[in-house]
Design a protein around this ligand. Structure first.
Ligand code: NDP
Length: 319
């Protein structure tokens, strides 16, 4: 009899690398830790998310972070500042939050409006409350392998690989993208776990020649469907960090193949559907395991933010 497995094997469909499931596990652990902190020490970890302006994607991300904090028993505040907020005022707000005993984690949602220097704002955050892990002190410590707040997306991906039994030691990991928040920290973390690491970027000639050698391929570019079947080694583990809004029905048909009817329905309802940096229909025919978009890396990022906030609450009190 034909089973789902045999059908998938014949079509060569990659198994799902289930970020959403692992994120739920992490969140369960966090909720338990929060309960213990409250019960044993009377401490409720507190996260403040600062948002400037009206970027609709940022509003969704912030809402998600605040909602998840509340679900897990953390205390959480959303500080929404108007689009014309000056850099001086924003840094003033951050300095105020640094001084507050009851605040454990501070996150300033990116991107910031033009005219505000992200670097200066980032450096104003107290490193002991820097739950996003972007402060140079935390980046430096992480690079040296010292205890640090690690940026949530790469930290979540490491957790995913570990919990899903993907062997990193000795693997050739190729990362596409070298941003400070994903690509570079990802390379450091994989290197620390004994992978051999290649980092590619927009000036890398013949991208496919590199990515085809990857046992583990992490794509963090922001270019819908950039990574095609020809970029992937058969059986590779592929982690798709990209989150791109797709609005065209024709493109949805091209990207999602058999799944396109559901995606087109989403476009008609919400105006867009999300696609990663990986071409889902093509790559799922070649890869061994693949994170879906949505439901892959996104939920892990939020879960790790919660974990970092609990860690901050403990460390600040020497617990
Ligand atoms: P950045 O724009 O900061 O960095 C993009 C990187 O991709 C750069 O290093 C750039 O190279 C490289 N790049 C651009 N074009 C190419 C190309 N054609 N070939 C190879 N490399 C290329 O993006 P982020 O790292 O902030 O984010 C990347 C994606 O991940 C976005 O879609 C973002 O929305 C998503 N994201 C998702 C998260 C999640 O939780 N799921 C969290 C964070 C990000 P160069 O340095 O040379 O310019």
């Amino acid at each position: 009899m034909e089973t789902v497995e045999s059908r998938e094997e014949r079509r060569g469909v990659a198994a799902i690398l289930d970020g959403a499931h692992v994120a739920e596990e992490i969140k369960r652990d966090v909720a338990r830790d929060v309960e213990a902190l409250k019960g044993e020490h009377g401490v409720t970890p507190c996260l403040v998310v600062v948002r400037v302006g009206e970027d609709p994607a940022s509003a969704v991300y912030v809402g998600n972070k605040v909602r998840t904090s509340e679900e897990l028993g953390l205390s959480s505040k959303h500080l929404a500042l108007p689009a014309d907020t000056t850099e001086v005022r924003l840094i003033g707000e951050v300095t105020g939050l640094n001084a507050r005993e009851d605040v454990d984690g501070i996150l300033v949602q990116l991107p910031l409006p033009k005219g505000i220097d992200e670097r200066r704002v980032n450096e104003a955050i107290d490193p002991s409350k820097d739950v996003d892990g972007y402060h140079p002190l935390n980046i430096g410590r992480m690079t040296l392998g010292q205890p640090a707040f690690v940026p949530c997306t790469p930290a979540g991906i490491m957790e995913l690989l570990a919990r899903e039994g993907v062997s990193v030691r000795g693997a050739h990991a190729v990362i596409v993208g070298r941003s400070h928040i994903v690509g570079r920290p990802m390379a450091q973390l994989l290197l620390q776990r004994d992978a051999t690491v290649t980092v590619c970027h927009s000036r890398t000639p013949d991208l496919a020649a590199h990515t085809r050698r990857a046992d583990i391929l992490v794509c963090a570019v922001g270019s819908p469907g950039l990574i095609r079947g020809e970029h992937v080694k058969p059986g590779a583990v592929v982690v798709d960090v990209g989150m791109n809004r797709l609005t065209g029905e024709e493109q949805a048909r091209e990207f999602f193949g058999e799944d396109s009817a559901r995606r087109i329905e989403t476009i008609r309802k919400r105006g867009f559907t999300l696609v990663g940096d990986v071409h889902p229909a093509e790559v799922s025919r070649v890869a061994g395991r693949l994170t879906p978009v949505p439901g892959g890396v996104g939920p892990l990022t939020v879960a790790m933010l919660m974990r970092n906030t609990v860690t901050a609450a403990r460390r600040r009190r020497g617990l």
